[in-house]
Design a protein around this ligand. Structure first.
Ligand SMILES: [Zn+2]
Length: 315
């Protein structure tokens, strides 16, 4: 029995050693490095590296934006940073509480981890459940990963680090607590998951598509020159925002029309996806999820309670 266990252990060791995120930071603007994840879903091959993280090397030290999906990713990110600069990491900023953005926090325990107050609340409430889900989806990559809550409350305003004035902006459309960061020095806008580009957006915590559309307008009006989405490629123009606006408007109308016609969820998830969204990764998968997250609200709006006061009759 014991030798069987030993054999199993030996067989699994090389597999664990192979779990290398191979993070390759790419310089996208002065002092600004991006680690671009895939636009796939979580799986055992990518280890959950489906997310964009970034760091800014300032004179005062390094600012990290999002920590990735696992402890292993967070540690790999620290190594990747050390390969670029000898400066210490002095600040982490979390864009929101979702697991692919925040479960690398463990590797940054010695550094202030800043987030909006509601991001910390949501991570406290949902973090363990989300981590559990990722353990199932990506397997060994997650070993040893635990939720580490932010240690610093961020308020909207300017955070100056070295010569970089970082504008911290609070939004709500993706999770109810979404931080975007505009580096006034470089013009880089880190939009977090307010912006998905060429990858279908996710809605498990969205307060509603109207709020998200309003956020897109605000983002577009900011003086940025380079846009870093939470998922998908960076852009020097507004195409990601235009795609978001187009997709959100279509999805909102689809759900509204469905509710007006009394459609069942099972019909809606099979709705044709317009040709212009055909190249967006995971479009069907996320449509199914979005319908399940959002459609009950549209149905409620459509079906008024019978005891709602009727308008007064005129003589
Ligand atoms: Zn997210």
């Amino acid at each position: 029995m014991r030798w069987i266990l030993l054999c199993c252990l030996c067989l699994s060791l090389p597999a664990l050693a192979d779990l290398d995120y191979a993070l390759k930071p790419r310089l996208i603007a002065d002092d600004t490095w991006l680690l671009e994840g895939s636009t796939d879903n979580f799986n055992k091959t990518n280890g959950g590296n489906i997310v964009n993280t970034a760091f800014i090397v300032t004179e005062a030290g390094v600012v990290v934006i999002d920590t990735g999906p696992s402890r292993r990713y967070g540690e790999a990110l620290r190594q990747a940073i050390a390969g670029v600069t000898a400066k210490p990491v002095i600040q982490v900023l979390l864009t929101h509480h979702h697991p692919d953005h925040a479960l690398g926090n463990q590797a940054f325990k010695t550094v202030p981890i800043g987030a909006l107050a509601d991001t910390t609340r949501l991570l406290h409430e949902q973090g363990d459940g989300m981590a559990e889900n990722l353990y199932r989806l990506v397997g060994d990559w997650m070993r040893g990963t635990e939720v580490v809550l932010p240690t610093q409350v961020l308020e909207p305003g300017v955070l100056s680090v070295g010569s970089h004035d970082l504008r911290l902006l609070a939004f709500t459309g993706h999770t109810g607590a979404d931080l975007a960061i505009l580096d006034s020095k470089t013009g880089v806008l880190f939009a977090g998951d307010l912006v998905f580009y060429q990858r279908a957006l996710t809605t498990p915590n969205s307060p509603g598509l109207a709020a998200w559309l309003a956020d897109i307008e605000r983002l577009q009006a900011l003086p940025w020159t380079l846009l870093v989405p939470g998922h998908g490629p960076v852009a020097g123009d507004a195409r990601p925002l235009e795609q978001m606006r187009d997709y959100l408007t279509w999805l909102d109308q689809l759900l509204r029309d469905g509710a007006a016609q009394g459609s069942e969820m099972a019909e809606l998830i099979r709705s044709p996806i317009p040709e212009r969204f055909a190249a967006i990764s995971l479009n069907r998968y996320e449509l199914i999820r979005s319908v399940s997250h959002l459609y009950p609200r549209y149905e409620r709006e459509q079906l008024q309670r019978v005891d709602t006061p009727a308008p007064l009759l005129r003589n």
